[in-house]
Design a protein around this ligand. Structure first.
Ligand code: BES
Ligand code: ZN
Ligand code: ZN
Length: 492
């Protein structure tokens, strides 16, 4: 889909269909010229409601307001409404709200995210009829905008939305196709295409790095593990970020086997790693002036005679010993070693990790919200602000000293599960905290994406399955941090 800004008024652009928004159920706007027909068709202008009027060559879509969330969602609904037509060229005006840049991006993102369909395993492929979108610089409320700037916003949003779809595709692939080796192959391909540095470690490499926790998790799988380290190093980098992703290409639970109903969808346990790949793709294509490292721990958690077991004691890369009491709490074991690796090799200014880490996070915040955890209030705040601007939902879950005690072990330095059934998202993060060096405590942010990364029913502009959670908010946070880095006092 090509999206172009045009200086021409809407009436001078030829296209098959014009997308016209009805904002706040207000039909008294000169752009809305089919009031009677719309009423006849029962169109009331509810958010995301669409009405295609072929004879007047218009597709109407309802928006509650010009808030960017409503715009993004409405444009996704509009593109979806055309998915079974032969409409290939669409035009539309601008719907700028408070922030022009944000709304132009929201329109663009909505169309590209809304056009996504995962049909890799379907004999009949999705059609994606709309090939060209022309956005007139004429605004719904007469706001003025520089066309060239607007095209810049469009191009930025296209890059970020396509990176999100790239992440969705990786996550949606079946576990026997997207094995740890294959995930590493995909990362190498991305590195080649986008000119990134890339290191891949196999089992031998993991042994040399003394990653005893990661290796234990991977032991019972027929597919060998991979650690991938990608790096984007522009000359004008203002600061350095390390992104660590949980890449469980399948989580059966291991010997602490998941019940059948909980095991389905566990191909999505690689969502953190796939989000990191999507972010690497976006930042390198946008040319952001930030050095970004992406480190992913890819493995399966399986059963077998050589499986790691409850009661095992593992030694992580930093020498910390871990009592295993539940092999299904495997993500934190993989991340522990990867976080040590990131700190040792990268020495980043910020350290973020992405993981479908706990069912408890989904219980706490619901399916659509990412859990943010860390020691630095400023960092959590700046990230959640960026997420809101990008149209992703986050909620912060607070650490406390009592929960910290629940992961004590009688026999090792730390236990891989909490002794309480409550607060599981936080105790998992507090486990990770044991692998964060003192000088990095305030640089670290943990994102539990167990809810939003993969939802089995459509929500907003997200289809059933992978959403690409984490990509848009992280790119937005990096863009915002480029502007503020070094200018404010440190976050603590
Ligand atoms: N991958 C799961 C977490 C998960 C659950 C992700 C639901 C997405 C949806 C993780 O490895 C896991 O199994 N966590 C356990 C931890 C428990 C054993 C302490 C959980 O959440 O039940
Ligand atoms: Zn698990
Ligand atoms: Zn898992």
């Amino acid at each position: 889909m090509r999206i172009e800004i045009s200086p021409k008024p809407r009436s001078e652009i030829t296209a098959d269909i014009e997308i016209v928004c009805v904002v706040g159920k207000n039909f008294d706007h000169p752009w809305i010229q089919d009031r009677e027909t719309l009423e006849l068709m029962g169109f009331q202008g509810d958010q995301d409601q669409t009405c295609l009027l072929p004879s007047s060559q218009r597709l109407y879509v309802g928006l509650d307001s010009l808030h960017h969330d409503d715009v993004r969602s409405g444009y996704a609904a509009a593109i979806k409404a055309l998915s079974n037509t032969k409409v290939s060229h669409v035009k539309t005006g601008l719907y700028l709200g408070k922030c022009s840049a944000q709304n132009v991006k929201a329109m663009t993102e909505g169309m590209i995210l809304g056009d996504y369909a995962f049909d890799h395993y379907k004999s009949e492929k999705a059609k994606h009829p709309v090939k060209e979108v022309t956005i007139s610089c004429e605004d719904f409320k007469g706001k003025e905008i520089d066309c060239q700037k607007a095209q810049g916003y469009v191009d930025n949003a296209v890059t970020v939305a396509l990176a999100t779809n790239y992440t969705r595709n990786l996550v949606n692939m079946a576990p026997d196709d997207m094995t740890p080796e294959m995930l590493a192959i995909k990362a190498v391909a991305l590195a080649e295409e986008n000119d990134l540095e890339c290191i891949v470690l196999d089992e031998k490499g993991l042994e040399e790095e003394k990653m005893g926790a990661f290796l234990a998790v991977s032991r019972a799988s027929n597919h060998p593990p991979r650690l991938v380290h990608l790096a984007y190093k522009p000359d004008n980098a203002k600061f350095k970020v390390a992104l660590v992703g949980k890449g469980l290409t399948y989580d059966s639970g291991g010997l602490s086997l998941k019940p059948a109903e909980y095991m389905v969808t566990m191909k999505s346990d690689k969502s953190g790693a796939c989000a990191v790949l999507g972010i690497m793709k976006a930042v390198s294509e946008l040319g952001l002036p930030v050095e970004v490292h992406g480190i992913i721990g890819a493995t399966e958690n399986m059963i077998g005679g050589n499986a790691y077991k409850p009661d095992d004691i593992l030694t992580a890369k930093n020498g910390t010993t871990i009592e295993v009491r539940n092999t299904d709490a495997e993500g934190r074991l993989v991340l522990a070693d990867c976080l040590c690796y990131a700190q040792e090799k990268v020495k980043p200014d910020y350290l973020l990790d992405y993981a479908t880490l706990t069912g408890a996070c989904v219980v706490a915040l619901g399916e659509y919200t990412t859990g943010l955890m860390g020691h630095d209030r400023g960092l959590k705040h700046s990230f959640s602000k960026a997420a809101t601007n990008a149209g992703e939902l986050t909620g912060t879950l607070p650490f406390n000293r009592y929960l910290e005690k629940l992961i004590k072990s009688d026999i090792a330095d730390v236990c891989n599960i909490s002794s309480s059934r409550y607060g599981g998202a936080i105790t998992a993060a507090m486990f990770l905290d044991r692998f964060i060096e003192k000088e990095n405590k305030h640089k670290w942010l943990h994102l539990d994406i167990a809810g939003p990364a993969y939802v089995e029913k459509p929500w907003g502009y997200n289809p059933a399955g992978a959403s690409g959670a984490g990509v848009r908010m992280s790119v937005k946070w990096l863009e915002q941090t480029v502007k503020t880095f070094g200018k404010e006092t440190p976050h603590h």
